[in-house]
Design a protein. Structure first.
Lengths: 242, 242
DNA sequence: ACAAAAGTGTTTTTTATACACCCATGC
DNA sequence: GCATGGGTGTATAAAAAACACTTTTGT
């Protein structure tokens, strides 16, 4: 950012900055990993499904814009949000080409994980918004499939070495809830319940609330909660959850 | 990026996009981790040291801009370059405020690792450019310290699970060269040479060239080369180098 | 012969993986 | 008492960590 003087201002590109969100959620009832998509209502890619996105407004931060789209599409309460990657080659967006006074569109992508039970679709906003199962996605607009792939990789990694699950699970949960969450996202070829359990309990940040919960049949399950304090000292350790 | 119609264009922020590079290098002679900084020649932060940066020009990709700055400051031959993070809150850059017609400055940061022997400083470009030892950095302009911290974390992580060393080491190297490179960046509390050696050789992508190299004294060291082909199948495995 | 640099081997501890088994509840 | 879901333990294999030792060179 030093060449302000030495370069004629007209040689610099002018940008509009968009934010595109890869929004994941886990439906624990049905054991499905879900992605939120919206159907485009204009060209280009009219009627194609795309990641929820918006252009950044004056005075608005990037993360602010990311949060705004979320709040337009779903009720947001418990979530994890983090920046993914910035896609910004020239000509990645067809709108750049003819009529647009050389304005370029840059996309800063964000990745979100939201609690499914709290994330009700808001259908009154004029958009066709829908949860899609990760395994059954339609073809997406722009380079959104690429962004989504990137987001999925990040989701898996984060899950393995960060406690983001606890931002999205209810504050009390059983170890089976936790296990199911992980296996929904990571698929099979994942450690078995017994070893998962042993590992997590040994880490020492799950606090036994003493409460039990009962399903239709079977032995009552212990409810645990995430102990932020006990986790803090481990924060920067290269710790694996799975 | 959907609200183009429903929002008056004037409400959208206009951006100039800057690229700031965290450029690392390892001086193997002196066992030092180095960062490339440039001294600012204008306000704000006149005379403060800062990360090498530039504004993105028309028709130029982000990575293209990142590469351009590198090539302005040093001779670039062997390097690893990847995007770091995009910093873009309003008011992070003091230039946004008074005279600038509401133009915002967004910074897309890149992280580079370059081969020290090939990265000669170009002093004829009017900038005061200098390698600083990572442990002895001056106070930096803008939010560049934050970007640098972020870059260092990425460097350590990349080193542990990606073969980026081999982009920067000579094509033939001894295992001690490799070990020294790692310990310069990761510091002490790092595995000992014997275990490092055993682990890397077992991975099977280091090819013994049969050549030996001799220092002033001591037993001649075997020269190895990185075997891209043997590494390929391991690419997506969660493999640890250290 | 000995210092310096490179390379090898062994032991111990810790984690990972794969199972087999026991416990508490409702019907 | 048995099906269902929850929880515990053990045996084996593999990786990580610590450290002692040998080999090959120059002087």
């Amino acid at each position: 950012m030093l060449e302000k003087q030495s370069i004629k201002i007209t040689e610099l590109a002018d940008f509009k900055v968009g934010v595109d969100n890869v929004i994941f959620s886990v439906d624990s009832e049905q054991n499905r990993l879900l992605i939120l998509l919206v159907k485009r209502k204009e060209e280009p890619f009219l009627n194609r499904w795309s990641l929820p996105g918006t252009l950044v407004r004056q005075g608005e931060s990037l993360e602010g814009a990311a949060h705004r789209i979320l709040a337009e599409k779903i009720t947001v309460n418990n979530l994890y949000l983090e920046q993914l990657y910035t896609f910004g080659g020239p000509n990645r967006d067809p709108r750049e080409l003819p009529d647009s006074f050389n304005v370029r569109y840059l996309s800063v992508s964000y990745f979100a994980l939201v609690r499914f039970e709290d994330a009700k679709l808001l259908r009154n906003n004029g958009y066709n918004t829908c949860w899609f199962q990760f395994q059954e996605l339609p073809s997406l607009a722009f380079d959104h499939q690429q962004i989504l792939d990137y987001g999925y990789r990040r989701l898996r990694n984060k899950l393995e070495y960060s406690p983001i699950v606890f931002d999205v699970l209810p504050s009390e949960f059983t170890l089976h809830d936790l296990y199911q969450f992980y296996s929904t996202i990571l698929g099979d070829n994942f450690t078995d319940y017994s070893n998962f359990r042993a590992k997590l309990l040994k880490l020492g940040f799950l606090h036994d609330t003493g409460m039990k919960v009962i399903k239709n049949a079977g032995r009552p399950a212990t409810l645990y909660e995430f102990n932020q304090g006990a986790f803090a000292p481990l924060k920067d350790k290269p710790l694996l959850f799975i």
